[in-house]
Write a protein that binds this ligand. Sequence first.
Ligand code: AMP
Ligand code: MG
Length: 345
Amino acid sequence: MHTKVLLPDESSYAFASDLLKQGKLVAFPTETVYGLGADALNKNAVLSIFEAKGRPADNPLIVHIHDRSQLDELCSIPPLAEPLMDAFWPGPLTMLFIRKPSVPPEVTAGLPTVAIRMPSHPVAAAMLKACGLPVAAPSANRSGRPSPTTAAHVLEDMNDRIPLILDGGACDVGLESTVLDLCHEQPTILRPGGVTKDMLESVLGREVLLAGSILRPLGENEVALSPGMRYKHYAPKGAVTLIDGPEERTVPLLRRLCLEQKQAGKKSCVLCFTEHLESLSDCDPHDIGSASSPDEIAHRLFDTLRRLDEEGMEIVFSEVIPPEGMGLAVMNRLGRAAAFRTIHA
Ligand code: AMP
Ligand code: MG
């Protein structure tokens, strides 16, 4: 199957809408990452998402809508959700609601809850409006690869596997949405993203919990609240190690560890802040953005991880940022890329 990459305009929206109505797949940009969409109410269309991605069937999908009136047929809404929808939709917040029978169990991997989000990206919004369907869409990468943040990333993973990619340029946030569970007693963040714990708490006026496995690997007998947390996502082929500690110790340690690997003949590099590019100039430094801008680091992270594979990196040492605000989302993804392997300087 030839994969077309089209810029968004009236005719490409009409084409995308036709494909979705026929049960075919369309990759489209959102403000978080590119999604791989199918009609959420068409079981066979949904199954073809799992096939194209090589995604395990027990990892549920997020349903994307453009208007709240679409919620009625999909789920029932707990009262806490209303102020959050007012504050953060459209935007990078996914909420779990109780699923109604119209949603095929393939979308939710058999769970009683369905994850729903209203994206703010103009191309996503226009495509959802053009087709009028609720669109189930996980990230448009092959399973196990970093999420795509450009149309070129999607093409790398999905060429000849899907009929259409809508090219809306680079994604703004660059990390997947915040996933919030509102179906249990305490609102709980299952996956951190662009809408932070503080932002949620300030709207709800109460504490929001963080799922235990956000900054550590899942224990052997631990149940994943969000099935996606079970899988080793985002991992580049090379071994990544995080270097934690005060700057005056981390930078020399990054340099020493990386140079040792180079001397041993390993293809190695460091992921470092813009501020440290010069001090690490003999370590093939990859700029992850300014230490003072977690948003910039989020925006570039997946592209950087993809490049490591292209370059055949075997050993990678990375700086870390405080796991606060957007930093928590960054450290969740970077931590998983490193299987949470950390050296304290
Ligand atoms: P992706 O968009 O590829 O990042 O995948 C969607 C994420 O949302 C995965 O981590 C899923 O595990 C999570 N998710 C989707 N639906 C549910 C649900 N009903 N309960 C818990 N997590 C969910
Ligand atoms: Mg994904």
